[in-house]
Design a binder for this molecule. Sequence first.
Ligand code: PLP
Length: 471
Amino acid sequence: MDEQRKEMLKQLPKIDEVLLILEKQNIYDLAPRDVVKETCRKVVQDLRDQIVNAKKKLPAELNADATTVAKEVEESIKGLYRYSLRRVVNATGVILHTNLGRAPLCPEALERIIEVGKAYSNLEFDLIRGERGQRYDHVSSLLCALTGAEDALIVNNNAAAVLLVLNTLAQKKEAVVSRGELIEIGGEFRIPEIMQKSATKLREVGTTNRTRLSDYEKAVNDKTGLIMKVHTSNYRIVGFTEEASIESLVQLGKNRSIPVMDDLGSGCLIDLDLYGLQHEPTIRERLAAGVDVVTFSGDKLLGGPQAGIIVGKKNVISKIKKNPLNRALRIDKFTLAALEATLMHYLNATEASKKLRALKALTEPVADVKKRAENLIAKLQKENFDSLKFMLREDFAAAGGGSLPTQQIPTVLVAVQNKNMPATKMEEKLRQIDVPIIARVDKDEILFDMRTVAEDEFTFIVEGLKQITSL
Ligand SMILES: *Cc1c(COP(=O)(O)O)cnc(C)c1O
């Protein structure tokens, strides 16, 4: 190590010195002793690492004195009081954005969470019989009514649902799946890996683009535990393709006494064709075809909280409920409360498409989106931003969240040009304000997609632009 570095390391303040300064400023009102001490150690260690690891030239500011380090420790402790998980404005036009929390909850779901969370509840208590009940019972009647299932079970997310079903029905056995359906969903969910973790042997059949019923027939034997169909919810294979119909797989399962599972993923409860969108298989449709069990997410097209929903035949669901793994994947009471309120909206399908924000964004006529864009521009123009120019743009939004991958959804954007700042800089700054705005950038414009922005979020955009232009 060179002399300069050695000297700088020697100059770093001692922990006790820093602590003394902080104690005088009543730091222990903010955090307990251990936390303060560890933070001091960490800040000094960071400085030490920077000095040791710096490439050639050492920045002068690294030579920090005790007061500077104390200030940094205090800032770091104050940072613990700032909420890290916060609301943001999703101006990306990606409706079910997994990184932005997928589906926003409806007001009724939020009310139910507060109601059930603030007091005790009958989560696992049967009020009629006065004895222990099952937590799933609170949503199973609704789920059965809405899908035609005989019974239902809810777990943490759809990945957990798939794991649990595979482990229950095909542990130490083979599950037959088409090569065209070995999906990966963002965030490490891959069918072959989930199979491994559920102690199921993957038996691939067919090819990427073509799988016939005869491929399944040849693969089924006395080691087969399950015939599995996976909805290619986030991609499509087009061109020279063939797949075995769900009905023919159900028939094969019946003939050989093998259960048939359908991982539908996005889990749609309404007929999207009615809104001019591509056909997305509904849960009811798949159960009516005779499959034993269907799994899907609560926070994709359903538009509710994160959950993995398992519906199907009573005998199969009852086996799944008894799997000890179920206890480890169990759903919490807030999710159940929110899910119940979300599902209730589906008793009236047109109601659901208005009340559930993700569904509304997906099905809203583009004329209404355009109206909102015009309203936002009118509101922005009243503010007299000197450096900003606002324009309407037409483009396409996306369903996102592993749903309707090829669906182009017409949308209208508000484009903003800033003569004092490049669009990439604006995008970066808008991400770092109190209510962050997540937007798209195209060349010298920042774009706010009005399909995912609600009228009551306009003030955040106005305030956000004020903040970043006044800096
Ligand atoms: C999204 C999806 C999953 C994973 O569901 P999560 O809710 O993200 O855990 C599994 N299978 C399919 C077909 C999916 O679309």
